[in-house]
Design a protein around this ligand. Structure first.
Ligand code: 13P
Length: 261
């Protein structure tokens, strides 16, 4: 009975007026979205929007059911951290989610596993749901280290999370192979499913099979309307974290429509 999560990650795209236009158009498709996932859980839509657009998104998304989140936050609630954003403030503004450990944060902004763990903890403590991203680079895949890398990032990222948190269903995992992000090179459905199997097995070892069994694991990396159906047929894929195809209502809603069949 796992939920299916269709999550947009807009990265540093869209200004407030584009944000408002997106949600105005999204209201036109909400009636045709599925209520339930093919696996019997809920079908949910998430939007990770740029922090500067957060207010605009909160207003514009009202009535759509889209659960909004921040793409990154500092692990402290407040303080002398010039340029950073607080998860606590995001929560006050209406955020429900925090994205942590995206590969762009790890590679472009040099965020370590240790920082990632602090952010996971901070997001949960602020009352947010957390989506923790893991994923291997191409050289790591070619060296046969895919599972090893994913499980290292998982273990490090969840170091501060105890079992009680998983009980609250406020933690989900997104597997995003770095080589598939923004490249048009999507993982094959089998590659993605295999990685998810290893992630769920690790969760089961740590937290027990029942909890692992109800934790959604999303796939991200060049998800498009023409490959979404095959991916979602994989038993371990419980949703998508979508960059490029989430920017337009037509392509993003087509991904949702994939669940209608
Ligand atoms: P693309 O869908 O553009 O490959 O981006 C994936 C991603 O990084 C989502 O977080």
């Amino acid at each position: 009975m796992r939920d299916f999560l269709l999550a947009a990650n807009w990265k540093m795209h869209k200004n407030p007026s584009e944000t408002r236009a997106f949600f105005a158009a999204w209201k036109g498709v909400t009636a045709s979205l599925p209520q339930r996932s093919a696996r019997g859980g809920r079908f949910r839509v998430l939007g990770f929007v740029p922090a500067l657009n957060f207010s605009a998104a909160v207003d514009a998304a009202q009535g759509t059911g889209v659960e909004l989140g921040l793409q990154n936050a500092h692990h402290e609630a407040k303080g002398a951290f010039t340029g950073e954003n607080s998860a606590v403030v995001a929560r006050e503004m209406g955020a429900e989610w925090l994205l942590v450990g995206h590969s762009e944060r790890r590679s472009l902004f040099h965020e370590s596993d240790a920082w990632t763990a602090l952010k996971v903890d901070a997001g949960l403590k602020a009352g947010l749901k957390v989506m923790l991203c893991v994923g291997e680079t191409l050289p790591e895949r070619e060296a046969g280290q895919t599972d090893q890398v994913n499980l290292r990032q998982l273990a490090a990222g969840l170091e501060r999370v105890d079992r009680a948190i998983l009980e609250t269903s406020r933690l989900v995992i997104a597997y995003e192979p770095v080589w598939a992000i923004g490249t048009g090179k999507v993982a094959t459905p089998e590659q993605a499913n295999q990685a998810h199997v290893a992630i769920r097995a690790w969760l089961a070892k740590q937290y027990g099979a029942e909890l692992a069994g109800r934790t959604p694991i999303l796939y991200g990396g060049s998800v498009k309307p023409d490959n979404a159906n095959q991916l979602r047929e994989q038993p371990e894929i419980d949703g998508f974290l979508v960059g490029g195809a989430s920017l337009e209502v037509a392509s993003f809603s087509a991904l949702a429509g994939a669940d209608l069949k």
